[in-house]
Design a protein around this ligand. Structure first.
Ligand code: DHE
Length: 528
């Protein structure tokens, strides 16, 4: 019988079949590999960094956000964890090649990064109560100035606490993974929260209810509120932007892309309000610049109408472009920084340890700063010690508190501690500064330092074996509130003079706690 295929057919079909076969194997291998990557990523990374790599409790993992992290360093971070973050080491659970697979994955661009501009922000806004529709009297009896908001990370709630009686007034749900300090406005009537996934929520303390919410970013760092309570500024990791909101109803007023004059964009390290300057100060992570953004709107007369016009134009600048940016070129990146009490200088460090002092009036870096152990943002406090003004901060990578003279910017003392710490706090009325030992075996310890002798005078252990962290004082500085940072945790109130425990309230992983008076008066013993 004749063969069904001619010799000619064989010449054409066999190679074609072979190519198809190889292609199928290649595609199969490719999709199997993609499946392995997805499985690894979903199992080990997605819970914190988001299934879509756009961030969640942890930052977004995209090439655009990893400029400063070389792949080899990313490998090390996955294997060994990252100090000062919730990132654990994975080397016991993942092989070297699995880690390498994940590294390749996070440096692969996404096909499509969602846009998050004016339109998306506006569309996300939720209005629970229109401005002016809720009663102007508190629904409870308490000194508003001595209230605390305590953030409980364990089940994403916050507790409003009476700082005189230490009795909770109200416990309410928050957005997922709040981070950084909530900010008060209007004498403590309102508090603004930021979540790591970009949601900004405005809560009316008088009426114990949210009034509005908006998603200002996909992966957000923190927020600041102007001292006059008119504007909220949001700092983002993704997209690379700063967003100005109307503090009254959280309507977006302006999206400022964070780009230098060569077109390089940057994540924002953090933004703070500089009250006497009527400006926001933002430090950047991928560009060696500090930005000062003025919220003084000219002309002051007729401001309301002018702003209204601006909003109706849905973001198009009006006669004068509001919120202008002043760029200050600096010597290195500023990952962590503090603004001095008089708002004239910034002391900051890059994660690799190099530090600098930037003068906001002169507009440049004026001095190097020796802070090798890397502080956490907003951990430093200041006080008068003898005839000097000092700044002190714990270090996330070193077992010490560094004390610096804020005039000469020289280190005047390093106080050895039982481990690296996250937060340090004091109060104008207290002779002591409290500092936690967040990392290591002794993480249940809390040191109390005498502000004049610069010696540790007491080490407390609020709960044996459980992390104790983050202190905030009452309005009068007589009591210090400490977190037992555990799902089965507590808020422990100490007499700040004799260190005796006076109250213990059960809470679910309480993180930061924020006193209305200390925050609004910009106490030198706490973050602003
Ligand atoms: Fe924070 C404040 C950045 C890890 C708890 N942290 C801040 C602020 C910034 C910041 C920018 C200031 C915001 C503000 O108050 O306006 N934090 C960073 C980091 O870069 C770092 C090291 C890595 C990261 O995960 O982003 C980091 N921070 C942590 C944690 O792991 C902590 C302990 C637990 C958590 O919530 O993730 C943590 N950060 C806090 C708290 C504050 C804070 C409680 C507010 C302190 C205050 O008293 O104001």
């Amino acid at each position: 019988m004749d063969s069904l295929l001619s010799k000619q057919d064989c010449h054409e079909i066999v190679p074609a079949l072979l190519v198809t076969f190889l292609l199928l194997i290649f595609l199969y291998a490719g999709s199997a590999y993609a499946e392995v990557v997805d499985e690894l990523y979903l199992k080990f990374c997605a819970e914190c960094h988001g299934a879509d790599r756009l961030g969640g409790q942890g930052p977004a993992l995209l090439p655009e956000n990893l400029h400063r992290l070389r792949p080899a360093k990313a490998h090390k971070t996955i294997a060994e964890g990252r100090p000062a973050t919730q990132m654990p080491p994975f080397k016991e659970r993942l092989s070297d090649s699995q880690i390498e697979t994940l590294v390749k994955h996070i440096y692969t661009p996404l096909d499509d990064i969602p846009q998050w501009g004016m339109q998306q922000i506006s569309a996300s806004r939720i209005e629970h109560h229109k401005p002016g529709t809720l009663p102007d009297q508190p629904r409870f009896e308490a000194d508003i100035e001595n209230l605390f908001v305590v953030v409980e990370l364990g089940d994403h709630h916050a507790t409003l606490l009476n700082g005189d009686t230490f009795k909770p007034i109200h416990r309410f749900p928050t957005r997922f993974a709040l981070h950084g300090g909530p900010k008060y406005a209007q004498g403590g009537r309102y508090v603004y929260f930021a979540s790591r996934d970009g949601w900004i929520s405005k809560f009316d303390i008088y009426n114990l209810t949210y009034t509005s919410e908006v998603r200002a970013g996909i992966n957000t760092r923190n927020l600041a509120v102007s001292h006059d309570g008119r504007f909220v500024m949001v700092a983002n990791y993704l997209p690379h932007s700063l967003v100005v909101l109307d503090a009254e109803d959280l309507k977006p007023l302006k999206v400022i892309p964070v780009i230098d004059d060569k077109g390089n964009s940057s994540r924002v390290s953090a933004v703070y309000t500089a009250d006497p300057r009527s400006s926001f100060i933002a430090a950047l992570k991928d560009i060696t610049e500090v930005w000062e953004i003025s919220y003084e709107i000219p002309p002051p007369k007729g401001f309301g109408r002018w702003m209204h016009d601006y909003r109706e134009d849905s973001g198009e600048p009006g006669v004068t472009d509001p919120f202008p940016v002043r760029r200050i070129r600096v010597k290195d990146y500023l990952d962590d920084f503090f603004i001095t009490q008089d708002y004239t200088q910034i002391a900051g460090t890059a994660r690799d340890g190099s530090g600098q002092v930037v003068d906001l009036d002169i507009g440049r870096a004026v001095q190097a700063l020796e802070l090798p152990g890397m502080p956490h943002l907003s951990s430093a406090i200041t006080w008068r010690s003898g005839d000097r003004h000092v700044m002190a901060t714990p270090n996330i990578k070193a077992n010490k508190v560094t004390v610096i003279d804020t005039k000469s910017w020289e280190v005047i003392k390093e106080i050895p501690t039982l481990g690296p710490g996250f937060f340090m706090r004091s109060h104008e009325q207290s002779p002591y500064a409290w500092v936690d030992v967040f990392f290591g075996k002794e993480r249940d310890a809390m040191h109390v330092i005498d502000k004049q002798s610069l010696e540790i005078v007491k080490t407390l252990r609020p709960a044996e074996g459980k992390t104790s962290a983050h202190v905030e004082f009452t309005k009068d500085g007589q009591y210090a509130l400490v977190s037992v940072w555990d799902d089965d945790g507590a808020l422990v109130v100490y007499d700040a003079n004799n260190f005796n425990e006076v109250e213990r309230l059960s809470m679910k992983k309480p993180s930061g706690k924020y006193n209305v008076h200390n925050k609004l008066t910009r106490s030198s013993g706490t973050s602003h």
